[in-house]
Design a binder for this molecule. Sequence first.
Ligand SMILES: *[C@@H]1O[C@H](CO)[C@@H](O)[C@H](O)[C@H]1NC(C)=O
Length: 302
Amino acid sequence: MATSHSTSTPLLDDFELDDREHEPDTRNRGKWRASQRPVPSTDRRTLLLLIFASFAAVLSIALNLLNLRPVPETSKAPNPTKLKYPNPYIGLEHAVLPTDIPPAKPILNTPLLLAQVNRSAPAQVYPQTPKWDSTFGMIYSEDREVVVDSEVSTIAQFRALDFGMESCVLTLEIPSPNIADAEGLSLPYKAVTIAPTATLSLEIYTLAASDDPIIPATLSWKTRPERVNLLSTFTFNALQTEKDGALLRSDAFDCPARSVLTFEMAFRESCASCRLRFLQDHKPPRLGLYIMQHPGTAKTAR
Ligand SMILES: *[C@@H]1O[C@H](CO)[C@@H](O)[C@H](O)[C@H]1NC(C)=O
């Protein structure tokens, strides 16, 4: 009986004996005595555990190596710039709104991109990254240039975002130099070049729609989106605009929420001396090209 008991659980026996003989400091001695044994079962268990752990490690390395195989092209994540713009107002069209609320005020939407393309230099890219190095770091301002002449057009791109503001009017505003801005400064610094001193016709084309915004670094006459239709012709007199300013508006058009809207401002090629040039300035009084978004629902769903 005693021998069979000691072979089945030798370690426990050992501790029990030690604990009974000496009260304090017996655990350390018990351990010391256990380690004196030739191959105790705990060591065998540790060895088994070690072998198992090594096996698991090798297996996980093998699995990882298997996953390193080249991923097929179709299962790659799409380019983030090509993802559809998410709808921030999911289900809002189902909300029941009171009927007696006044219509929302129009929203001013400034272009995300303003860039030139040159008919005479079809591959030339005109990147605009206006910046100045201040004492507290580099500042990238929004002062982008609008240049239109017989060979250069300016392309403007907008994104319509707001819910239920899907009726748009493209607007070109040139303030009168006789008025002052909010800080009381007179306006000669908002310089506008208009030539010749005659009545000019600035043509505004709608360009081909696309879900992808234009990448400024690759935009040239060759790569520009094609013209879809003539949206409006802004007719203004150079002398009168230089004196009184001008507020030129297109007809209203549909601008579905989240759509990208692209326009080109151009003069006819035949008008060799035609020229319009200024620096976009959003501070009132505004100088520039922008969209006014009015309440409405676009009929052409996307
Ligand atoms: C457009 O390209 C022509 C030919 O290279 C050049 O003479 C002209 O200065 C360019 N226009 C602008 C505004 O850069």
